[in-house]
Design a protein around this ligand. Structure first.
Ligand SMILES: *Cc1c(COP(=O)(O)O)cnc(C)c1O
Length: 358
């Protein structure tokens, strides 16, 4: 049975406030007028679905999530289409991953249909917040957390789902400029049997100290190696990675259980084949990366994810060294332009990836 979302309207933001927010939204700084919420208990399943005014929550200090981090999230985007309508990109893929993440964190499954409906309901009421500017979108952030009160360590018997939305421009300040990446040699993001393939809050908490080290070394982001041999390239703190070889082949690390299955990664694997590239999912040794950039075997490296879409990597830096890629990024540019074109309805959507918001 699908979940209903009862509507409780707030007085909408004035046009000029929205115009101002959309003029330079940044990323994740401003939020729309409403949010969606629902509650789960073992007795009643998911219930009390609501679209309600955006605002602070009041939570008991002993709420589970504050102590044991039983929490997951998702991120996907709604794009303004040429005819003025709005479509989300592959929301069911994010919904399916939300179910898998929930399972790993001993949280209840939130049905994919309810997930897509929740986003549709929020977008419909806050439609004025969907930007029209090219490269801008409405970022949707669904999340789920343990809201039972008490300090006993076990899967919570009360869980809350929330969905908020934020107009967003391109993720990295400076737009599509190549980023500098720090190779984390001291910290791991995920281990075999761990939570690396789940989109859980704790993975991000665990990656922040490495991110801090990256910033201290003049880098934008950090790349992690596998936790066992500390040799195989896994991914960035929140993005997957692709290498382009001199014969046009695209290589991305294979999913090992400690790599997050990005929807963008999956989309690019499909698009690259259609654009005539060979694609390989396999392990990549960090020395293959370093030497490949030096010898010219690797012509481009880029990171990908919903927020930044495709971000070319210019420099890989580590304690005592760095390699710098060539300035030309034709393959990353081709893939970015194709993907962004589909998302904004400017290129044919032959896979049915766009979900028109009804
Ligand atoms: C969300 C995320 C990604 C990218 O996934 P998309 O579905 O493409 O946005 C990659 N790595 C990690 C660790 C993530 O959390």
């Amino acid at each position: 049975m699908s979940l209903d979302f009862a509507l409780e309207r707030t007085s909408p933001a004035a046009d000029d406030r929205i115009a101002q927010a959309l003029a330079s939204p940044g990323f994740g700084r401003v939020f729309t007028d409403h949010m969606v919420s629902a509650v789960w208990t073992p007795e009643n399943g998911w219930h009390d679905g609501r679209v309600r005014p955006y605002g602070p929550l009041s939570l008991d200090p002993a709420t589970h999530v504050f102590h044991y981090a039983q929490a997951i999230f998702e991120g996907f985007k709604a794009y303004r289409q040429p005819d003025g309508s709005v479509a989300t990109f592959r929301p069911a893929a994010n919904g399916a991953r939300f179910v898998r993440s929930a399972q790993r964190m001993a949280l209840p499954a939130f049905e994919v249909d309810d997930f897509v409906n929740a986003a549709d309901a929020l977008i419909r009421i806050d439609e004025r917040w969907v930007p029209t500017a090219p490269d801008a979108s409405l970022y949707l952030r669904p999340f789920m957390m343990a809201t039972e009160v008490g300090l006993g360590v076990r899967p919570a018997n009360e869980v809350t789902f929330l969905l908020i939305a934020s107009p967003s421009a391109s993720y990295f300040a400076g737009g599509a400029k190549p980023v500098t990446i720090w190779l984390s040699e001291d910290y791991s993001r995920a281990a075999p049997g761990g939570t690396g393939a789940a989109k859980c809050a704790g993975n991000y908490a665990a990656s922040l100290v490495a991110q801090q080290e990256a910033i201290a070394n003049g880098c934008d982001q950090v790349v992690f190696l596998d936790a066992v041999e500390r040799r195989w390239v896994e991914e960035l703190g929140g993005m997957n990675i692709f290498f382009v070889l001199d014969d046009g082949t695209l290589v991305t690390p294979e999913l090992t259980g400690s790599i997050l299955e990005g929807v963008t990664r999956d989309t690019i694997l499909t698009l690259a084949k259609e654009l005539g590239h060979e694609v390989e999912e396999r392990r990549v040794d960090v020395d293959e990366w370093r030497k490949g950039v030096e010898t010219g075997r690797i012509t481009e490296t880029f990171a990908c994810g919903t927020a930044a879409i495709v971000a070319s990597i210019g420099t890989l830096r580590w304690h005592g060294g760095e390699v710098v890629a060539g300035a030309r990024t034709p393959v990353a540019d081709e893939i970015r332009e194709t993907l962004v074109g589909i998302q904004h309805g400017l290129l044919p959507d032959s896979h049915g990836w766009l979900h028109p918001v009804p």
